[in-house]
Ligand binder design. Structure first.
Ligand SMILES: [Zn+2]
Length: 295
């Protein structure tokens, strides 16, 4: 069951953008396999299952329907999908994000805003689909698409380490939408602000929703799973591991102080977590959807 979570006039639900498998060693960086395999057990190919968990935030007072991140999508060819074992939710077929939005009672044309944390394929691929002529086109054509300017530039001129993650058919079609290139942190609509972090990739943004005494933070790849809510656990994919450590230290402090509800985009089991301080150390505890639905 997907809980409806309220934060002031915002009503938030999760969307299933589909699952994928990534190399466990790459996901856990310098953490030894004997340690991480107890957290998420790998398959025979050393890969671990991951979610792409997106948010849909509706605000009737503001006439806003916001989608946060977009999953992998279905534009890629068979070989790509096999390598990452991309699983489309709700059965195979066209455009998983479009289907997830429709299942939640909204039409993709009605989406007013898409906030993209960063342009890596597993976060933005689902914002576009192939039309009948094989061209990549936006799934939510009427929406403003919010991306950090530095991430946009990075995505179009990727460094060799990230070339396989930044794919032009995922990025260029967004220029045909109302593209909002952001210059750093700030509030982008009432109750929703973004913060810029550079450790995972240049110009990634995390999202903070505040209202009615509740704070929700969408962490993207700053902490993809609950196990990564430890400052020192970085990913092999991160471009600046020590920056991630510092950015995460700040996040853990802030999330603990404001008792934030943390959305975990890639965690295969736990959609939500909170941070508590225990004997001077920060500890992540899972929060179930049932618990939130009851609040
Ligand atoms: Zn990423």
């Amino acid at each position: 069951m997907t809980a409806k979570i309220r934060a002031g006039s915002w009503e938030i639900t999760t969307l299933d953008g589909g699952g994928l498998y990534l190399d466990g060693g790459a996901m856990f960086g310098s953490v030894p396999r004997v340690v991480w395999e107890g957290c998420i057990p790998p398959d025979d190919a050393h890969r671990i299952p991951l979610a792409t968990r997106l948010l849909l935030a509706k605000n009737a007072d503001e006439n806003r329907i916001v989608v946060i991140d977009a999953g992998v999508g279905d534009k890629e060819e068979e070989a790509f999908r096999e390598r990452f074992d991309v699983r489309l939710p709700n059965g195979e077929g066209h455009c998983p994000l479009e289907r997830a939005i429709r299942n939640s009672g909204t039409d993709p044309d009605q989406v007013t805003d898409v906030i993209v944390t960063h342009l890596h394929f597993d976060h933005v691929g689902g914002a576009t689909r192939l039309d009948s002529s094989g061209s990549s086109i936006p799934v939510m054509p009427n929406a403003r698409h919010w991306v950090q300017k530095r991430n946009w530039e990075n995505g179009l001129q990727p460094n060799p380490r990230e070339r396989a993650s930044y794919l032009r058919p995922n990025i260029e079609p967004l220029e045909g939408t109302d593209l909002q290139l952001l210059d750093g942190p700030g509030e982008i609509m009432p109750g929703i602000s973004v913060e810029e972090v550079d450790g995972h990739t240049t110009g990634m943004q995390t999202i903070r929703i505040e209202g009615g005494g509740r704070v929700i933070r969408y962490l993207a790849d700053l902490a993809p799973t609950i196990h990564h809510l430890r400052a020192a656990w970085t990913m092999g994919y991160d471009v600046h591991a020590l920056k991630v450590v510092e950015e995460k230290r700040q996040l853990l402090e802030a999330a603990s102080a404001e008792q934030a509800l943390l959305a975990l985009e890639h965690d295969p089991v736990h959609p939500w977590a909170r941070i508590i301080e225990e004997k001077g150390r920060f500890k992540a505890v899972p929060v179930s959807e049932d618990e939130l639905a009851g609040e």
